[in-house]
Design a protein around this ligand. Structure first.
Ligand code: PLP
Length: 382
């Protein structure tokens, strides 16, 4: 039996080796970084008061009761669900996008099996291939690169659009608020990216899964800077963080209706369908904002406690204006900081996992229980 995959792809790779055909594809992918964290994890777990795991951004708080009830009520689901989503779900997504992304009408919507699935498969679904370029942020969620490498495209890792040179750019990924840095891109910056991409016929995919979690900056959806015309633009959203639904696999994409129709056409053939009970649960989650506000407050309290403790322990916190992470540094190689924290029973993700430019930072996730956050704080300030 395979072990569960974390949101960052943290999975045990032990077990039978794949057949040679699939080995060829996996060989194109980046090294699997989480295995390299195992020694630090073992050291941190040896702490007499136990491990505080702040490495992976996996939610730990309960699924809202009304969402669980909706899932249970929809459990008698013998027939195939619609790949496009039930009419009720499509309506709930469209209403949420209008409300939360500051855009009205004129966009397509499509549910996805969590957003990691869409991130990994988007280049495939868009027909991108060898010779095409996919641009990703210099420090970012690793799956943007994975999706591009799966189709044999060239990856350009940069925050400057000029870095592409004369290359045939087919897809530009942006992520605001960012994982791992928590940086927020201003509206004018997003608008420039949209204009630049349109001039070249490239698609802009904006991963906005942390949009509902802001602290010191107001993140905006890329859809809000398109003046009502989302041509060439896709916004990618997830219910994993806002509604603690990582275990349900619930996400969606919204934007250019022609692009969304194209994604739907391929996904119907490929069987990429969100299960009917999860579709019902998504409706319950998207039509309620009170549980999101409650969860945001929980994270806000944890963030403040950890921020103060890390600062008093000598860390500098950069960006981190929004999202689920504190992006911090002790002015040394990220692995040295991982070791320093592991001695105190705390596990963090080395910034190097997210790109070479992250090599002097660590990423501290806010996804631990209050009790574990208290334990981390006590160890950091002592
Ligand atoms: C930036 C970013 N995008 C996408 C995902 C995937 O989330 P999910 O597949 O749970 O929707 C994550 C998960 O951590 C993330 O950090």
């Amino acid at each position: 039996m395979s072990k569960p995959t974390g949101p960052d792809g943290s999975q045990d790779r032990s077990g039978p080796q794949p057949a040679s055909g699939s080995a060829a594809l996996s060989a194109r992918l980046p090294d699997f970084p989480w295995d390299r964290l195992e020694p630090a994890k073992a050291r941190a777990a040896a702490h007499p008061e136990g491990l505080v795991d702040l490495s992976v951004g996996t939610p730990v708080d309960p699924v809202p009761p009304q969402v669980r009830a909706a899932l249970a009520e929809a459990s008698d689901a013998p027939g195939y669900p619609l790949t496009a989503g039930s009419p009720r779900l499509r309506e709930a997504i469209a209403e949420w996008v209008s409300r939360s992304c500051g855009v009205s009408g004129g966009f397509g919507v499509l549910p996805t099996i969590g957003s990691k699935e869409l991130v990994a498969w988007l280049p495939t679904l868009l027909g991108i291939g060898p010779g095409d370029v996919v641009m990703i942020p210099s420090v970012c969620y690793p799956t943007y690169e994975v999706g591009a490498r799966m189709v044999g495209a060239t990856v350009v890792r940069s925050d400057s659009l000029l870095a592409s040179g004369p290359a045939r750019v087919k897809l530009v990924w942006v992520n605001s608020p960012s994982n791992p840095t928590g940086a927020v891109l201003p509206a004018e910056h997003l608008r420039k990216i949209v204009d630049w991409a349109r001039e070249r016929g490239a698609v802009v995919a904006s991963d906005e899964c942390y949009l509902p979690l802001s602290w010191e900056a107001e993140p905006v959806s890329i859809l809000s800077v398109c003046d009502g015309d989302p041509s060439g633009v896709l916004a990618v959203h997830s219910l994993s963080k806002r509604s603690n639904l990582a275990g349900y696999r619930a996400g969606f994409v919204a934007g250019d209706p022609a692009l969304v129709r194209e994604l739907l056409a391929v996904r119907k053939h490929a069987g990429m369908i969100v299960p009917a009970p999860v579709q019902a649960a998504m409706v319950a989650a998207l039509t309620d904002e009170s549980h999101v506000a409650e969860q945001r407050e929980r994270y806000g309290r944890r963030r403040e406690r950890l921020r103060q403790a890390l600062t008093s322990a000598g860390f500098t916190i950069d960006h981190s204006e929004a999202g689920l992470y504190l992006w911090c540094t002790r002015g040394e190689d990220s692995w040295a900081t991982v070791d320093w924290l592991a001695e105190r029973g705390i596990l963090a993700a080395p910034g190097e996992f997210y790109g070479p430019a992250g090599s002097r930072h660590v990423r501290i996730a806010l996804t631990a229980t209050d009790e574990r956050v208290d334990a981390a704080v006590a160890r950091l300030v002592s």
